[in-house]
Design a protein around this ligand. Structure first.
Ligand SMILES: Cc1cc2nc3c(=O)[nH]c(=O)nc-3n(C[C@H](O)[C@H](O)[C@H](O)COP(=O)(O)OP(=O)(O)OC[C@H]3O[C@@H](n4cnc5c(N)ncnc54)[C@H](O)[C@@H]3O)c2cc1C
Length: 385
């Protein structure tokens, strides 16, 4: 294996803490959480106690004060363990950065320390039944009425939607505009006018709660606006590189883990007087996947190194998400095949990983949207007919 040079001794100590946390508090319970369709709040608090939430949020805002590599370690280890239920990456590395970069001092003081302790769980509400890729066309409205916004509309597919205390909600504050009409608003879920719909039944990531959310004349003070009114779309653009890198880290780490499980399995499984690992088909399949995952590990590590220096651009991050999530699914499919019928049984981690991986080419921006971003960067833009 190509040695990794990203992490120092302190990071590796943090990795040990993360592994112990997963072994003790996550893996033994994950199957129960899949049945419940969500993880308990006590897990968030435990993670908070151990300094695993908001790793990358500065200490002056109540965070752990680490760097993005601490976040990356947690994301890697959770992905390796197939632990898709606890969505710490969404809370700490997708929503928290918006507050850190664009929150007022009051908003930061109100939310970040409680997010770091696990007292408050957050969700990001962008997608709507009418569309998720085309954020400019969202229909949920937040119209100004004196010192308040009145919110009406509906969101769908919202991760943590059932358990969240706080939503970062994309709304139209000016419905006559496209991107320039979009604003981001912090919405506490105990406000009148908010209701949660059903927990959606998914084909994978079953321990993750994914919900519909409804807003009916819900009022928030104008102080809940994040950044400028009409500036939401621009704010969302600023975090794209990190959001896509997070998905790429998850994808390559999950693929590495699946290869490890499969190598062990084929070495043990006996048939026709030899092991499954003795067949040339098995050897070539795993050699091929190993080579591709290795190449992507190097790509992802390079993107991480650039991101720590603030140099990763959104197009390279889109490319990284595109290729890693495509390969993740291919790895899960081909590894599952080597497990035979056992691979199709839910009790086998490869079965879960296969179902979980299907989501990664959709969530966090679809593969087609990634291709569109890359194509726009490398080709002249297509003219609309
Ligand atoms: C498990 C899960 C969790 C999720 N969590 C969240 C969350 O926490 N918050 C949130 O806001 N959303 C969340 N989503 C929603 C997710 O972001 C959307 O599903 C995704 O953005 C796609 O939107 P859509 O489903 O409406 O599909 P659509 O946007 O309707 O897309 C349908 C098809 O059209 C393709 N398409 C779109 N644009 C183009 C284009 N320009 N060129 C060519 N083809 C195109 C898409 O790639 C796709 O194949 C989650 C989704 C899932 C499945």
């Amino acid at each position: 294996m190509i040695e990794r040079h990203l992490f120092d001794a302190e990071h590796e100590g943090f990795r040990d803490t993360v592994r112990r946390f997963i072994e003790e508090h996550v893996t033994p319970h994950h199957a129960d959480w899949e049945k419940a369709g969500q993880v308990p709040r006590s897990l968030w608090r435990k993670a908070g106690e151990l300094g695993l939430l908001c790793c990358n949020v500065p200490q002056e805002h109540g965070g752990v004060g680490g760097d993005f590599l601490h976040s990356a370690i947690l994301i890697e280890e959770m992905a390796r363990a197939g632990a898709t239920g606890p969505t710490f990456y969404l809370h700490s590395d997708i929503v928290a950065p918006y507050l850190v970069d664009f929150g007022t001092p009051e908003q930061k003081a109100q939310w970040l320390p409680r997010m770091a302790s696990g007292e408050v769980v957050v969700a990001l509400g962008m997608s709507e039944p009418s569309g998720g890729s085309d954020v400019q066309s969202i229909r949920t409205q937040a119209l100004r009425d004196g010192d308040e916004y009145v919110i009406n509309g509906q969101k769908v597919f919202i991760t943590n939607g059932h358990s969240a205390d706080l939503l970062l909600l994309a709304c139209k504050t000016d419905p006559s505009q496209g991107a320039r009409g979009v604003s981001l608003i912090l919405v506490e879920t105990d406000r009148p006018g908010f209701t949660r719909g059903r927990k959606l039944e998914k084909i994978g990531c079953k321990a993750q709660d994914t919900s519909e959310l409804f807003f009916s004349d819900l009022r928030v003070p104008v102080g809940n606006l994040l950044g400028q009114e009409g500036g939401g779309f621009k704010i969302l653009m600023t975090q794209l590189a990190q959001e896509r890198l997070v998905q790429a880290i998850r994808a390559v780490s999950a693929a590495e883990a699946a290869l490890e499980w499969t190598r062990s399995y084929v070495a043990e499984r006996k048939m026709f007087g030899q092991t499954l690992a003795d067949f040339q088909n098995t050897r070539f399949t795993l050699a091929n996947l190993h080579a591709q995952v290795l190449a992507q590990r190097v790509f992802v590590d390079r993107c991480m190194a650039l991101h720590v220096k603030g140099l990763l651009d959104a197009v390279d991050a889109a490319a990284c998400k595109l290729v890693t999530t495509d390969l993740q699914f291919k790895v899960m499919d081909e590894c599952l095949q080597l497990f035979g019928g056992w691979g199709y049984m839910w009790e086998y981690p490869i079965a879960r990983a296969f179902a979980d991986a299907r989501m990664c080419r959709i969530g966090g921006g679809t593969a087609e949207v990634m291709k569109q971003i890359i194509a726009n960067a490398i080709l002249p833009k297509t003219r609309k007919p």
